[in-house]
Design a binder for this molecule. Structure first.
Ligand code: BTN
Length: 211
């Protein structure tokens, strides 16, 4: 997968989506930036980070992802691949449901996912060198480019969803003492059931992770 690297972009996610829509680039492709000035976070929030942190977006055709991977599981899948890669490098990073990277009890990054026709666009931000107030940064030293290179190499031989989910199920127990938001409701993760596609069941209601 090619990597297009920029010194500065408003948002790797917005940039990649615009270029895919205009037909200037096609998947598979990864766009990274050393600095992001108008980063998009989950639930309409902004994503703030200084130079030296990780800001990347990856575009992949759905047909090239594992056959057993449902669209609603893609966000967790992309996040868990990153988590496993960083753990293999010695980090204690973990994934809070659905796609927030944590170190102990503090958030250090996250994933957003968009869909343009049959192309999945996953955007990943991780605090590598500095973190805003109330956030934490990664516990190992790695440059944004080296991390990006290592991560995109995984796409040459992707594990099935089944493989990822069997590890994610164990990881999910770490989320139990936390909460998640669904629409404007705060939901305690200790009282939910984790479904096979990574969604949650709570009081007969399904809560999906694609966001
Ligand atoms: C979250 O709020 O938890 C998700 C943050 C995702 C931020 C990344 S940084 C690279 C990519 N480009 C963006 O504008 N957002 C994502």
């Amino acid at each position: 997968m090619d990597i297009h690297w920029f010194e500065s972009l408003d948002s790797t996610q917005s940039h990649l989506i615009a270029q895919l829509k205009s037909g200037e680039i096609s998947p598979p492709i990864c766009v990274g930036a050393s600095l992001q000035t108008m980063g998009r976070g989950s639930r309409g929030n902004e994503w703030i980070g200084e130079k030296g942190n990780l800001f990347i977006s990856i575009a992949i055709k759905r047909s090239t992802l594992p056959k057993d991977l449902k669209l609603e599981s893609t966000s967790i899948y992309l996040a868990f691949l990153m988590k496993e890669y960083l753990c293999s490098k010695g980090s204690k990073i973990w994934l809070k449901w659905p796609n927030d990277f944590y170190l102990d009890r503090k958030k250090i990054g996250g994933v957003i996912t968009n869909l343009v026709d049959d192309i999945v666009i996953g955007g990943i931000g991780i605090n590598l060198v500095s973190a805003p107030k109330n956030f934490e940064k990664l516990d190992i030293e790695i440059t944004p480019y080296d991390l990006t290179k290592g991560y995109v190499e995984l796409f040459a031989n992707l594990p099935s969803w089944k493989q990822i989910f069997s590890n994610y199920q164990i990881e999910f127990e770490n989320s139990r003492e936390f909460f998640t938001h669904n629409n404007n409701e705060k939901i305690a993760l200790k009282r939910v059931i984790l479904c096979e596609d990574g969604s949650l069941e709570c009081d007969g209601q399904r809560i999906f992770s694609l966001r």
